[in-house]
Design a protein around this ligand. Structure first.
Ligand code: SAH
Ligand code: SF4
Length: 352
């Protein structure tokens, strides 16, 4: 589809046409990646962040955010729990830090995870912008996927979401670095933040295609009361934002058929069954929270974060039941890599 066609779909308001879009996307999903959902247990291990993104609740300048840092043993405990629950992949996410003590600690943690659990589990990192050397060291230590959302592919909008010191060009270079180092590379955007239009979102989808991404994690923008952007009205109300996010999933599935697409927690923040709706619109990945319950409420990127009082076992059984109820199954003990990654790697071998 062209940008115009994509934005026309994003503006579509007729329920029967929207239903048709979701059905088409679901058919493509079934043909390309099947009806199996893959879980990535996510540990949100630290709320210390050196950056100041204007939308995020744990931004450096938010003095009312309580900061926490899980110990290595606590993180390893969460990961062991995920493996016991038969999750094939885990994600380590936190605020961004670039100091040597931090990058070394992550390297050692990755080595320890590999030592304890072997090479079979997928390990994704979501730790922001880092040097090429750091990305390489983390890859060599055992990470095989990375999530770095571009947040918006528009340079103009990027400036409205970040202070001057944060660079769009640097973020994009980081994404390309990851992709070219051999990581399965994931990116994504926030949907419905102040000033964003359907045309901007259509451009985001064309950006994903151009950048040859393997994985997509996108979700609705959700205001956080103690942030500068949280004081402004989002582009559309919450019901419309949820619909827009579901349409984005469907359109990405149609445009990039063989990538992994996550039904993100932010969907659930707007609708208790938002993630299941995401699966029915074309997503195939869910990231159940495996962070120790006592820390969850301190990792508040946006208001009304769901499941902060639950534990990992509750998240598993709640999700398992809901997935079976929509006629899908869970790929327990499987990594669930994106088919696109293998196609990208084999075509780059041919070029090389
Ligand atoms: N520090 C890392 C990873 C943690 S933030 C990084 O920024 O890459 C992970 C994601 O949370 C961000 O990419 C952003 O898209 C999302 N996020 C932050 N604040 C949000 C908000 N108010 N609404 C929706 N998503 C938000
Ligand atoms: Fe830090 Fe990530 Fe939040 Fe930006 S989005 S302030 S980098 S945690």
């Amino acid at each position: 589809m062209s940008g115009d066609e994509l934005s026309a779909w994003l503006k579509e308001s007729r329920p029967d046409r929207i239903e048709e879009l979701f059905q088409k996307a679901y058919e493509v999903k079934v043909a390309e990646v099947g009806r199996k959902v893959f879980f990535r247990g996510i540990v949100e291990f630290s709320s210390h962040c050196g950056k100041d993104c204007l939308y995020c609740g744990i931004r450096r300048s938010n003095r009312s955010a309580e900061r926490f840092e899980m110990s290595d043993e606590e993180i390893l405990e969460c990961i062991a729990g995920a493996i016991e629950m038969e999750y094939g992949s885990v994600v380590l996410q936190a605020g961004e830090r670039n100091d040597a003590a931090f990058t070394r600690r992550i390297e050692q943690l990755l080595q320890e995870i590999r030592r304890r659990h072997g090479g079979d589990i997928g390990i994704t990192l979501s730790l922001g912008e880092q040097s090429e050397e750091t990305y390489r060291r983390w890859y060599d230590a055992g990470a095989n996927r990375y999530l770095l959302r571009i947040e918006t592919s528009s340079k103009r909008l990027y400036r409205t979401l970040h202070p001057e010191s944060h660079s769009y060009e640097e973020r994009l270079s980081c994404f390309r670095r990851l992709r070219d180092l051999g990581y399965q590379a994931g990116t994504g955007v926030m949907i419905g933040f102040p000033g964003q239009t359907s045309e901007d979102l259509a451009e985001d989808i064309l950006f994903f295609e151009r950048e040859n991404v393997d994985m997509i994690g996108m979700g609705p923008y959700i205001p956080h009361g103690q942030t500068p952007l949280g004081a402004e009205a989002p582009a559309v109300d919450s019901k419309e934002r949820l619909l827009l996010a579901l349409k984005m999933i469907a359109l990405v599935r149609l445009q990039l058929p063989d990538v992994n697409i996550a039904a993100t927690t932010a969907l659930q923040a707007l609708d208790p069954v938002g993630r299941e709706k995401g699966l029915q619109a074309g997503a195939n990945i869910i990231m159940p929270n495996i962070t120790h319950t006592r820390y969850r409420k301190f990792y508040q990127l946006y208001d009304n974060k769901p499941c902060v009082d639950e534990n990992a076992g509750m998240c598993r059984s709640c999700l398992n039941g809901r997935i079976l109820s929509i006629g899908e199954t869970v790929g327990y003990n499987e990594r669930g890599d994106a088919p696109h990654f293998f196609r990208r790697m084999s075509s780059s071998d041919i070029v090389a």
